[in-house]
Design a protein around this ligand. Structure first.
Ligand SMILES: Cc1cc2nc3c(=O)[nH]c(=O)nc-3n(C[C@H](O)[C@H](O)[C@H](O)COP(=O)(O)O)c2cc1C
Length: 192
């Protein structure tokens, strides 16, 4: 059966490292027969979590905005790809707000309303030449996403992208590695 994959781009830039990686991944997932829907957070209108706990009294977020459709479609998704620049040692503000809103996908017992754990791929783009720089943040995201019902089974780091630097594509070795990882990731079903 066709895998349903949601991609969330947390970079405001169309021509940076996150978007370059997303273009390659999307193409590869489509080639593998997945149904892919991509959202660019920076073009969407949404608010951060209100901390009202409405989603723990009944399923779903009390806010109705551009994230409503995304949260709804995530319930039936097989996999999620989130991509973000590293700003000040952390994911972008847009991505941070998005992750907080995923809190509405779990019930008061911290179980996903959807009843299944979905696989997760993370993509990080950063100025640092070494990925180790962002490791603490990557681990934080991994732990938060695990609590939210997503198991990180692949992580991609695009390093050495200077602030404001535009990229047409990625170096060939990185592109090849992305394609390999995308193929493996999309075929990997998570058994519960
Ligand atoms: C406000 C701001 C803060 C940044 N902070 C960091 C940082 O803490 N560590 C780092 O490695 N790069 C940092 N960078 C560089 C970006 O992570 C890098 O340019 C990245 O490629 C941006 O992602 P994008 O190309 O997908 O837009 C920062 C850039 C900006 C604009």
């Amino acid at each position: 059966m066709k895998q349903k994959i949601i991609m969330i781009n947390g970079s405001p830039r169309m021509n940076g490292g996150t978007s370059a990686a997303f273009r390659i991944l999307r193409q590869e997932l489509l080639k593998e027969g997945a149904a892919v829907t991509e959202y660019r957070l920076n073009t969407m209108n949404f608010r951060g979590c209100q901390g009202c706990m409405g989603c723990k009294r009944r399923e779903g977020c009390v806010l109705y905005d551009d994230l409503t459709e995304v949260l709804q479609s995530l319930k039936s998704a097989d996999g999620l790809i989130i991509g973000s620049p590293i700003y000040m040692f952390a994911v972008s503000g847009q991505m941070s707000l998005f992750i907080n809103r995923l809190y509405s996908l779990i019930n008061r017992y911290y179980q996903p309303y959807a009843g299944k754990v979905r696989k997760l791929m993370t993509v990080y783009s950063m100025g640092s030449p070494s990925a180790g720089y962002a490791e603490a943040e990557e681990q934080r995201i991994q732990a938060a996403m695990k609590m939210l019902g997503f198991r990180e089974t692949e992580r991609i780091e695009v390093t050495g992208v200077m602030p404001g630097q535009t990229l047409e594509g990625l170096p060939e070795y990185l592109e090849r590695s992305l394609i390999r990882k995308a193929d493996r990731w999309v075929r990997d079903a998570i058994a519960e």
